[in-house]
Design a protein around this ligand. Structure first.
Ligand code: C2O
Ligand code: CU
Length: 491
């Protein structure tokens, strides 16, 4: 909790935050920070508002629950009594109003991952709002402009690694809908209530009882070597879940042979990338992080923490495991796809497709409609990712949040973020409030993997004023410092 205390101090010390900006390493004289509650933020929201938009209301109650994972019963924190939490669904142009009631014994917030929303509703304590106290509540209200598959989760500590997550879908009223059914698959790595809480895991990292995945786990180590992203995360998990269930008690999706299915996949894991395949099927990737890509066929896809992928499938005849292996680790999550009678395959069965054509988000191309324009880059910002295991700390440009120097930008600029990974771990970097483009017409995304020792440049249009968290979506890395503000300044 000590870090949330210091973040709150940062928020109340508004003058202090402005002071930090003044010593930022930019050649031009930076203006004052554009605050979450500023006119610029209200104007941007006004521009997103469309006359035909409806009001979509929901209530989320964050609270402690006893949860059945399909065998193991765990004590955890969830939105309501299920994990994942309720699916929230709106149409592009609608206004979403969500009342969060905090019945947790801790403060919390809700962040709307991937949504380009108004800054003061982004849910980052110390940056866009005060944390919601235990027993308190908060009304989130914002217009959703861009269709896509999103999710929501707290932005306090390592609460995401409990059961606090759910899917938010923004439907596109203009989409043809070339599929007969839609399924939602949420993947997660699970430890809470199995003897340790995520907070205890965080404390143990870098300590003498090193929780480093792979060390002392030969099987894990071999897998780590073949991992496509490089590295395998820091935490060893007892369970991997698909829609809240362990592999021995999977959820079943049913359909008819020959039907076309849209599968929306969210990786809500905190420290695990997944490799996903459906046995004896090929799939077509249609969206990455909610935005359309040129259709790309694949046997398997890789999906890092915080990423979403939409797939289309044509169902075969039979009973098929839909398997997500923990990349570089031992273990898997799975669901069952059933279009005929027959037995459920054993929980350990891995589709051969997992080792065939595996598509990574970095290989996708943006659909023409969402390709970034050819505008020239106005500002390039270097974001060096560093860190160490002992002590366990992760840095941006040499500092840990909240001491990281904000990345100053001005509204209207084309900004290039150059992430340089100086570590031997992969980091899925996530930018709030924006969707960036990968180089040379690559996919539009809000979360992208930077592999060990790699430099990844992404471009974005600074069109959503405010203060935006930018961080690694390995939640243990973010909590131990790998976070910075993308900070709009007055021009
Ligand atoms: Cu999914 Cu800053 O978050
Ligand atoms: Cu990281």
């Amino acid at each position: 909790m000590s870090s949330s205390v210091s973040r709150r101090r940062l928020l109340t010390g508004a003058a202090g935050a402005a002071g930090l900006l003044l010593i930022g390493g930019c050649s031009r004289d930076p203006g004052a920070a554009v605050a979450p509650g500023s006119d610029a933020v209200r104007r941007a929201e006004g521009a997103r508002t469309t006359p035909g938009g409806r009001l979509v209301s929901a209530k989320l109650t964050a609270r402690p629950v006893a949860l059945d994972l399909g065998g193991p019963i765990v004590g955890t924190w969830a939105y309501g009594d299920r994990v994942p939490g309720p699916v929230l669904r709106a149409r592009a142009g609608d206004r979403l109003r969500v009342d969060l009631v905090n019945q947790l014994p801790a403060e919390t917030t809700v962040h709307w991952h991937g949504v380009a929303l108004r800054n003061d509703m982004d849910g980052v304590p110390g940056m866009t709002q005060d944390a919601i106290a235990s027993g308190g509540s908060f009304r989130y209200e914002f217009v959703v402009r861009d269709p896509g598959t999103y999710f929501y989760h707290p932005h306090v500590g390592v609460q995401l690694d409990r059961g606090l997550y759910g899917v938010l879908i923004v439907d596109d009223p203009d989409e043809p809908g070339r599929y007969d059914a839609e399924w939602i698959l949420v993947l997660d790595d699970w430890v809470d209530g199995t003897g340790r809480t995520p907070d205890q895991v965080l404390e143990s990292l870098g300590g003498p009882g090193l929780d480093r995945n792979g060390m002392g786990h030969m099987a894990g180590m071999e897998r780590a070597q073949s991992a496509l992203l490089g590295g395998a995360g820091d935490v060893t998990y007892p369970h991997y879940l698909a829609n809240g269930r362990v592999p021995a008690a999977p959820v079943t999706f049913t359909g008819k042979p020959g039907r076309r299915v849209r599968l929306r996949v969210v990786n809500a894991g905190s420290d695990t990338a997944f490799r996903l395949a459906l046995e004896r099927h090929r799939m077509t990737v249609t969206h990455s992080d909610g935005f359309p890509v040129r259709p790309q066929s694949a046997d398997a896809v890789l999906i890092a923490m915080g990423e979403r992928i939409d797939l289309e499938l044509t169902l075969g005849d039979g009973v098929f495991p839909l398997v997500a292996t923990a990349e570089g680790k031992s273990g898997l999550a799975r669901a069952i796809v059933r279009t005929a009678g027959g037995r459920v395959p054993p929980a350990s069965q891995e589709p051969a497709e997992l080792e065939r054509q595996v598509v990574l988000a970095s290989q996708l191309r943006a659909a023409d409609a969402v390709r970034l324009s050819g505008k020239k880059v106005d500002r390039t910002l270097d974001v060096v990712l560093g860190g160490s295991m002992m002590p366990y700390r992760w840095t941006i440009n040499g500092k840990t949040f909240p001491d990281t120097e904000p990345l100053g930008v001005e509204q209207g600029e084309r900004v290039r973020l150059r992430f340089a990974n100086h570590t031997m771990m992969f980091h899925p970097v996530h930018v709030h409030g924006h969707t960036f483009g990968l180089a040379d017409g690559g996919a539009r995304k809000d979360t992208a993997v930077v592999r060990p020792m790699e430099i990844l440049a992404v471009d974005l249009d600074a069109g959503n004023p405010g203060q935006w968290a930018t961080h690694c979506h390995n939640i243990y890395h973010a909590e131990r410092g790998m976070m910075v503000a993308l900070s709009y300044r007055q021009s």
